[in-house]
Design a protein around this ligand. Structure first.
Ligand code: FES
Ligand code: FES
Length: 158
């Protein structure tokens, strides 16, 4: 076991890991941050997306020790300091961009990474960027609406 340290949601953290410990397991089991969901563990569903040094990363696809010293942000770090929803989280709620909510942490984290790179994405760009995130409930349209709304744009009704 090796002590693995990083910054998560602005706080320095440390937990013991084996070389095979995935970042997703480190966050959920080592730190108790269960907002990062595990839908497949095979890098397909996107439920586990977090930010590593500002980039969207499927946390089931990297070992915790490989992000030693990194700046990690999870869904628990997305709310405003007063606990209210961030703009993008509020947009998901306002646009009915979630139903069961299982995919939502990953969708929010991926969407936030997209908007950090591209503040005014087209609908096509949003759909392309979110191809790695699977949702079994919504049909995606309202998720795309939420992302577009966050950037001050609207998409036509289906
Ligand atoms: S749990 Fe990581 S992509 Fe599905
Ligand atoms: S809201 Fe249920 S999987 Fe997306």
């Amino acid at each position: 076991m090796t002590k693995t340290t990083m910054t998560v949601n602005g706080k320095p953290v440390a937990a013991e890991t084996e070389g095979r410990t995935l970042l997703s397991a480190y966050l959920r089991e080592g730190l108790g941050l269960t907002g990062t969901h595990i839908g497949c563990d095979t890098s397909q569903c996107g439920a586990c997306v977090v930010h590593v040094d500002g980039k969207a990363v499927k946390s089931c696809s990297v070992f915790a020790q490989d992000v030693e010293g990194a700046d990690v942000k999870t869904i628990e770090g997305m709310a405003n300091p007063d606990g209210s929803l961030s703009v993008i989280q509020q947009a998901f709620q306002d646009n009915h961009g979630l139903q069961c909510g299982f995919c939502t942490p990953g969708m929010v984290m991926s969407s936030a990474a997209l908007l950090a790179e591209n503040a005014n994405p087209t609908e096509t760009e949003v759909r392309h960027y979110l191809e790695g995130n699977i949702c079994r409930c919504t049909g995606y349209h309202n998720i795309v609406k939420a992302v577009m709304a966050t950037s001050g744009q609207t998409v036509p009704a289906e």
